[in-house]
Unconditional design. Structure first.
Length: 213
């Protein structure tokens, strides 16, 4: 399983479809696929796509959004980037570029259909997938996703406890642009985050115990 996953990751890192054979407008810069996976990971973080900082560093969530996401999860940087325990699988592996206003474009449409199912088939130990933002929620939840991000995240209990293994937990994007959303929805910090932190800690400690054997 580990060798097959390594081969798959090698193919993903070499992928240039969005530049060389795109389904729409050609990617204007050199692709740099960013993901972190291992066959032992229990937690998967699924966000949107790399931004400019992550495109430069090659490491996911090396930006203020990553700081906030780690605070929501209650984990240190070392725990978050321990690929044995935490997989990071964005909807689009490459930075999609920016629009005329300087905002990040949506994830490339070529990426998820080509690679996503293959990646998750090689992550047999996953117990929870954190769906960060609407793109991940729509992909993983399908018709169970609400009409808006707020509607989907507000339904987090039903989604989390009705999911087959791995369970699914929807979250807003941790961008500081969502400060207003967090303030308008106090239940997110009061009710959802304690459950998120408890689930994350339980799984991290469980992997620690197995690795120590």
């Amino acid at each position: 399983m580990a060798r097959a996953l390594d081969r798959l990751v090698g193919k993903i890192r070499a992928c240039r479809v969005c530049r060389d054979a795109p389904g729409g407008q050609r990617l204007a810069h050199e692709p740099r696929p960013v993901l972190r996976v291992s066959a032992t990971a229990r937690i998967a973080v699924c966000g949107q796509a790399p931004g400019t900082r992550v495109h430069a560093s090659g490491v996911p969530f090396t930006d203020p959004s990553g700081v906030r996401l780690r605070a929501w999860m209650g984990v240190s940087e070392d725990e978050f980037y321990d690929v044995r325990r935490v997989a990071i699988v964005p909807m689009g592996f490459c930075f999609p570029g920016q629009d005329a206003d300087g905002g990040d474009l949506p994830p490339r449409k070529e990426c998820a259909p080509r690679w996503r199912a293959k990646v998750f088939r090689h992550l047999p130990d996953l117990e929870i997938i954190l769906l960060v933002g609407q793109y991940a929620q729509r992909w993983h939840l399908g018709e169970r996703a609400g009409r808006s991000l707020t509607e989907t995240v507000a339904d987090w209990r039903a989604i989390l406890y009705a999911s087959a293994q791995p369970r699914l937990l929807p979250l807003p994007h941790p961008s500081w642009r969502n400060n207003g959303w967090v303030k308008k929805n106090p239940w997110f910090e009061a009710e959802l985050l304690p459950v998120l932190r408890g689930e994350v800690r339980r799984l991290l400690d469980g992997v620690d115990a197995e690795l120590a054997r």
